[in-house]
Design a protein around this ligand. Structure first.
Ligand code: HEM
Length: 494
């Protein structure tokens, strides 16, 4: 036997030994061995990667919960928990002990701390410090200013809709919210509502998502991408460079401008007197923050509004009740007036419950001491995930959990309502819950109200089917399978 063959035999034997060890360790010795779940998930993280690629991860996890109960194993070291009581413990009461897992650092837009923003921080103290700085930015007074900046863009959306009697509302609403957050994060809208075309920055950051997979496993490959003969990856790479170039140029122009800097999503990072980044922030960290807001705060809201429109079409009685309530408002109403409309509020909540745009697992690390709840012991350092999609379908909390029924929020007794409120987590909850939920709520309320005020006779068109609106996972968010919502409508007579 030649030396090369001998070496190969040794390598194969080592590999087989390693594999056998992993199988035994993960299936029979792991402290998670007694939790139910697919064997493939217990064996390898690739089970989760595969379902992410198939866009069905949160649905498959939900089916596992329906079959096995509130705790299932979805990775060699990962459990998914669908109990709202455990969710409250991990994400709210003990949030500082259950820190975000490394997953969050791997989904940032580039490799290294330089590209890390609030969403990605695994260090709890660092996140708390930044969130404290941002508090005034999300105060009621500041949200009012942001609401005022939203009005002209909403007008623009209505204007474009009035030019025709049919529109792909999935796309149009996406433009509205991207233009809005672009304006709030960079001081200037992307102008997509006006041009009807996707801005290069948006095309580029969507393409760049493909780099995230590479960043996780092959980060050393990133600097060599310009020399690789593979165009889609090169496009993603150069696109990402353009994303940062655009974002940085916009932030620099915004910082240099004389405009009032108290009405944008960057104000929390700026010194109120000088309008320049305050310690420890820099123009670059403000750029990363701005980019983070665009990613986190645009499509999540536009997708929800698209589903509200779809539900209006499917439930004419709900549309009638919404119109009745809206007719009680004064001619110039604000989001505060809308918040007082009970059915309107219930309709919004129920849309977010059934179609949460961020439905998927949110991984946290069990602290060193482990913990026990409802008779289940979670070993130290286990990754414990909860997903809004499953918490929203807990049959102990929500009667007929898959039914869209806004009235459940209006007719429940106090005890059931409290349970439902705790299990309503489209924005997650606790100290690492969504910072932008108040802003998102304003955008969703105002857009729905305006659509009802200006238009009527909504119906799906161009052969749209319910399958096109099935919620599936796409990147960090969930979207309708068809990524479109063609709707016909009439302008309302006033
Ligand atoms: C319907 C709209 C929205 C939904 C459903 C939503 C949902 C969420 C969820 C579920 C999380 C927690 C994710 C996790 O822990 O893995 C989150 C975090 C976050 N969201 Fe939102 N979001 C929305 C709108 C917004 C808006 C408008 C902004 C800002 C402009 C925003 C900024 C953020 C940020 C910065 C975080 C990270 C907070 C932290 O880690 O401390 N989101 N959001």
């Amino acid at each position: 036997m030649s030396l090369v063959v001998k070496l190969l035999v040794v390598l194969v034997a080592l590999f087989a030994g390693q594999l056998a060890y992993l199988v035994v360790a993960r299936l029979f010795l792991s402290p998670l061995r007694s939790f139910p779940g697919p064997k493939w998930a217990a064996l390898t993280e690739w089970w989760e990667v595969l379902h992410t690629a198939k866009c069905d991860r949160f649905m498959v996890i939900q089916k596992l919960h329906e079959r096995h109960g509130p705790v299932v194993r979805i990775g060699p070291n990962q459990l998914s928990v669908a109990s709202s009581k455990t969710f409250q413990h991990v994400f709210v009461t003990k949030c500082s002990s259950f820190v975000k897992s490394d997953f969050y650092a791997t989904i940032q837009p580039g490799v290294g701390d330089k590209y890390s923003g609030l969403f990605n921080y695994t260090d709890h103290m660092r996140a708390m410090k930044e969130r404290r700085d941002l508090q005034p930015m999300f105060s009621p007074a500041s949200l009012k200013k942001m609401e005022a900046r939203f009005e002209p863009l909403l007008d623009q959306m209505v204007l474009e809709m009035k030019k025709r009697d049919e529109m792909d509302m999935f796309n149009h609403l996406k433009y509205l919210l991207l233009d809005t957050i672009g304006d709030l994060a960079f001081g200037k809208s992307f102008g997509q509502l006006q041009t009807g075309e996707e801005h290069q920055y948006v095309t580029d950051f969507n393409r760049a998502f493909m780099l995230i997979g590479l960043q996780v496993t092959f980060s050393w490959l990133i600097p060599f991408i310009p020399y690789l003969p593979f165009k889609p990856i090169q496009d993603a790479y150069f696109g990402l460079q353009r994303v940062f170039k655009y974002a940085r140029e916009r932030v620099d122009a915004y910082l240099e401008s004389d405009e009032d800097k108290t009405s944008t999503l960057l104000s929390g990072y700026l010194d109120t007197k000088t309008g320049q980044p305050k310690e420890p922030y820099t123009p670059w960290s403000v750029t990363i923050a701005g980019h983070g807001f665009v990613i986190a705060g645009s499509e999540s809201s536009s997708i929800t509004i698209a589903y509200m429109l779809y539900l209006l079409i499917k439930q004419p009685e709900a549309e009638r009740r919404l119109r009745d309530e809206l007719s009680t408002l004064p001619p110039k109403y604000s989001s505060t007036d809308l918040a007082g409309l009970r059915y309107f509020d219930a309709f919004l909540r129920e849309t977010l419950r059934i179609f949460p745009p961020a439905p998927s697992p949110m991984p946290r690390i069990v602290p060193a001491g482990g913990f026990t709840m409802d008779g289940i012991t979670y070993p130290p350092h286990t990754i414990i995930s909860s997903q809004p999609y499953s918490i929203h379908r807990d049959p102990k909390v929500f009667d007929r959990p898959d039914a869209f029924d806004p009235d459940r929020w209006l007719t429940a007794d106090k005890e059931s309502k409290d349970l439902m409120t705790k299990a309503f987590v489209p924005f997650s909850a606790g100290q690492r819950g969504c910072v932008g939920r108040g802003l998102a709520w304003i955008h969703m309320q105002k857009t729905l109200a305006r659509l009802l005020e200006e238009f009527e006779g909504f119906e799906m068109s161009r052969g749209m089917t319910d399958e096109d609106m099935e919620l599936i996972e796409r990147g960090a968010l969930a979207k309708p399978r068809g990524t479109k919502l063609w709707v016909k409508y009439r302008v309302r007579e006033t």
